[in-house]
Design a protein around this ligand. Structure first.
Ligand code: ARG
Length: 441
């Protein structure tokens, strides 16, 4: 490892101890690096704004940082354990490139606010990405709802056949759920859209840092004002981001569960896309729904990461190195959510529906609720109608799933799926999902 930035004449280094303290930090910083670079450039510009850096030096720093970003993205600059962390890598790159000018960049900031700002930018981007993916999933589900609208299938409660339902109702439920998830992800992005940079180690500095313009340059809509509070949000913002991602993953889990169940030979309601199934290593007859099973595993991964974060947060005010342990679960959860989100639209569009099997699974007793409601609507008290129907379950008249569904006129139900209203919700959320103009690079 290169000499740490904090190394003083009297410091000693023990390789094993250093390795333990760094942990996987520098590798995780690969996910934060471009954000750290961007915030470093904004900080340098801020220093120039208050006359603490020559304009030419700030420009040189900015252009060197731009080069670093390009070469990192091209895989030429490798962030590895030669560096203690991404922050040190940026600084040593600048010193190597610019000599003394590079050594000026850390004036007025601490790695504590440096990591906070990079994390905020990372979270903002992760939320924007997952909101867009949730909307793509909502689109795909709504498309399926439109092309299947009144196709009958059984509706279950307690995993028992309950009442006739429709594929349109099933699919529209996911369209609405994904739209709400997107909405929550965007609201959460607004909640964390505050700039911690310029709070230094958590107590401010004896400089008139232009925090407002630096924050605005990074696309933040407000500042985290109090430096101690800014520190106290480390991990706390992350918990909320994971809560929103968990909601998205939970919708994915429910869909994946339904698909896994309905694709069994016992149900035979759907066939999953071939790309989402695998064979068995021993049983030549098998096709396994691994994709939907793995999608099901994302919500628990996120919940586990959230619990990991919450355990770290039992700390008093001020920065504590324990907080480094919040980085892994945040990044793991964000990657899990976005990778899963990318899969969902294709899975929805590629799933074959077996209308005949679904229709055949509606047995005649499933009209019992319709019959009881009809009697009650004609004047019999509902409780009496319920008892009457319960006594003649095998004699509910000639009914078809289509008749039952045509009569299901309560708003949102199959005769009135309100797909246009669900579409309108998606359309309302969509413009908000694109990063606000001030956040675009
Ligand atoms: N890797 C550290 C973290 O994630 C960076 C901040 C280090 N600050 C410090 N004072 N040692 O928290």
């Amino acid at each position: 490892m290169n000499t740490p930035v904090w190394m003083k004449d009297d410091s000693t280094l023990d390789e094993r101890t250093m390795r333990f303290m760094a942990g996987e930090d520098v590798l995780l910083d690969r996910h934060l690096f471009v954000h750290d670079i961007r915030a470093t450039a904004a900080h340098a510009r801020g220093l120039a704004e208050i006359g603490l850096l020559l304009a030419a030096d700030a420009e040189a720093i900015e252009s060197a940082l731009d080069g670093l970003r390009v070469s990192f993205l091209a895989g030429e600059f490798v962030l590895d354990d030669r560096y203690e962390d991404g922050h040190s890598a940026i600084e040593s790159f600048l010193v190597e490139r610019l000599g003394e000018t590079g050594r000026r960049v850390h004036l007025g900031r601490s790695r504590n606010d440096q990591v906070l700002v990079a994390l905020r930018l990372f979270m903002r981007e992760a939320l924007t990405e997952s909101a867009a993916l949730a909307l793509d999933a909502a689109d795909a589900a709504l498309e399926r709802a439109r092309d299947t609208e009144t196709l009958p299938m059984p509706g279950y409660t307690h995993t028992q056949r309950a009442v006739p339902s429709s594929v349109g109702l099933w699919m529209a439920s996911f369209a609405e759920s994904f739209a709400e998830d997107a909405d929550l992800l965007i609201a959460t992005r607004g909640w964390i859209d505050a700039c911690p940079l310029g709070t230094a180690a958590g107590y401010g500095v004896n400089l008139p840092l232009p925090r407002h313009s630096v924050g605005a340059a990074l696309g933040f809509s407000r500042l985290l004002i109090n430096p101690m509070h800014a520190q106290a949000t480390r991990g706390k913002a992350e918990v909320q981001v994971l809560a929103a991602l968990w909601q998205f993953a939970q919708t994915i889990r429910r869909l994946a569960w339904d698909l896994t169940l309905f694709s069994t030979a016992e149900f035979g309601f759907v066939t999953l896309p071939p790309s989402g199934t695998t064979g068995s290593s021993i049983m030549p007859n098998k096709r396994n729904p691994d994709l939907s099973e793995l999608l099901r595993a994302v919500a628990p991964t996120i919940a586990g990461c959230q619990a990991e974060l919450q355990q770290v947060l039992a700390l008093p005010s001020g920065y504590h190195r324990d907080l480094q342990a919040t980085k892994g679960p945040l990044i793991r959860a964000c990657l899990a959510a976005t990778r899963a989100g990318e899969i969902v639209p294709g899975l929805l569009r590629g799933t074959l529906i077996h209308a005949d099997r679904m229709r055949a699974a509606i047995d005649p007793t499933m009209y019992a609720t319709d019959a009881a409601v009809e009697l009650a609507a004609a004047g019999t008290p509902f409780r009496d109608a319920y008892q009457q129907v319960a006594r003649r379950l095998d004699d509910l008249g000639d009914r078809t799933p289509e008749q039952s569904l045509d009569a299901r006129v309560s708003p949102g139900a199959t005769a009135d799926l309100m797909l246009d209203q669900i579409q309108a919700r998606i359309d309302r959320v969509r413009p908000a999902a694109a990063p606000p103009e001030h956040q675009q690079d």
